[in-house]
Design a protein around this ligand. Sequence first.
Ligand code: ADP
Ligand code: MG
Length: 242
Amino acid sequence: MIDIKNVSKWYGSFQVLTDCTTSIKKGEVVVVCGPSGSGKSTLIKTVNALEPIQKGDIVVDGTSIADPKTNLPKLRSRVGMVFQHFELFPHLSVTENLTLAQVKVLGRNVDDAKTRGLKMLDRVGLMAHKDKFPGQLSGGQQQRVAIARALSMDPIVMLFDEPTSALDPEMVGEVLDVMVQLANEGMTMMCVTHEMGFARKVSHRVIFMDAGKIIEDCTKEEFFGRPEARSPRAKEFLSKIL
Ligand code: ADP
Ligand code: MG
């Protein structure tokens, strides 16, 4: 589903990603972790070409992001992305937030978009809030709306970049529950997160990054079960979180 091939990227003269290679199969849930500044957000943003790469290629469901013929807006519309900050439109109601991109990007008619959006809102348990504005919802509720909005676009894969790290602790669980449910339903997911409980429970694989490189890419059983077999940086990371 996602093939990341020898990806390198620079911000000016600073090399942020160095020769990153991995792939994610359909239905696989991959957790990306590593210290702050190691390039996790940058890597995940390259997958839907929100950040350009200078070397290598990424192929999403058969479409190469490096191919100049690729229609990037079309590709992006199929890749759901949920960020740390919910980035809902504050001046639009929940329902309007759910329908806007469906109408503008996918060309759906308003009624179909609304039906689809509300179905996804129901899935994240927030139907009762459909007419509210983002500012009237808690952080956890806003993040669940952001997930419902991404799902409304019928994504083939969902990318998450620390979706719970800006939330008050008591709201982390409700967002993780939605992610667990998605994972159990077979959604292909690439999740940057420090929630190791989530990683242990539902991920299939763990990627550990350090200084712009993928230095571990293994099953969760290997990652959590055999820390002694990990690289020194991953071992140090694990010793702090386990
Ligand atoms: P992580 O998500 O693992 O914390 P990031 O991908 O956000 O890491 O950042 C990796 C490195 O790239 C950091 O050193 C960060 O300061 C740098 N960086 C991120 N975005 C930019 C940018 N737009 N311009 C220049 N440097 C950046
Ligand atoms: Mg980040």
